[in-house]
Design a protein around this ligand. Sequence first.
Ligand code: 1CP
Length: 345
Amino acid sequence: MPNQKKLFLRALAGETLPTPPIWLMRQAGRYLPEYRATRGEAGSFLDLCYNPDLACEVTLQPLRRYDFDAAILFSDILVIPQALGQHLAFKQGEGPQLDPIRDQAGLTRLNIDGIHDVLGPIYETVAKLSSAIPEHTTLIGFAGAPWTVATYMVEGKGSKDFANIRRFAYGDPDGFAKLIDILVEATTQYLLAQIKAGAEVIQLFETWGGVLSENGFHRWVIEPTCKIVQNIKAEYPDMPIIGFPRGAGLHLLDFKNLTGVDAVGLDSGVPLKWVAENLQKLGPVQGNLDPMYLITGGDEMLAETRRILTTLGNGPFIFNLGHGITPETPPENVGKLVDFIRNGG
Ligand code: 1CP
């Protein structure tokens, strides 16, 4: 059992630990001056994602400062549409831009056959990380879940109302299912290649699942996630998979029961007593400090952290944020948070 010492894997296997393992979503990023320096060296954000040496370097940067229990591959969920042939650019300060696919006819622009040619450097980053991270650190590979990736493919950018994709999914479900099927297949292949390269845990980010209707959530979040989990477990039955269905609310139990994920990531809005009495009985949970507490960083942050530790600490638990860390976060507040948790809260 070579990995049994890794706290993160023990928590994912269902163990209740006196001090939970900790990592933070988007732990590598613009709040760190050393990230900004490496990013400047790389050129664009996408150049950084496809440069194995520099992507490895920025993944390691937060570990050097905070000795997190997990490293997450530095990449982005939008490399999948790009690998499928959809044009992608990150304009400075504006977020992602893609040529939108608004209907079934637009799917002819996608081609799954060459994805590994584009994604190869990312597998190389995983392999480098696998030997570069400390022995007690776990390597997380990741992908966006199909619905969330599709929101960017259909909207063409970040969205507030998701009107185009909801219109496509509700108005032409058979046509939209073809897009989701392509994403299930591409995501499966992408994650299997990350695992072959050394990823020890997989996280699926479903950032925008909360905008769907009840039936939509089942059809476009739960079903595709379930297929990806089954595909991965068919080849790697013991691979731990974390699902992060942000905004899932009352769907959380169905999400856990029906998808087959091992652990569930919680956003900051989920009532924790309910989680402890229901969801956590079914498996490990991860979360859920509101990232804005890290900006103020005072006693309020510590009190909220204590509330989370007290409520979820009696079952299998991984400490994290409820969403990604923001660029305005003072790095010293992250240090304060980690010390507080490791000193028993
Ligand atoms: O340097 C920069 O200016 C780019 C900022 C940035 C970073 C650091 C983007 C653009 N992506 C990333 C890295 C990233 N993205 C990681 C790496 C590892 C880590 O966690 O340390 C991960 C896991 C993601 C995942 C991701 N990208 C998600 C899911 C998680 C979440 O935060 O909800 C989403 C929705 C994206 C899309 C994306 N990429 C980047 C931006 C600004 C966005 C959001 C666009 C929007 O909808 O507003």
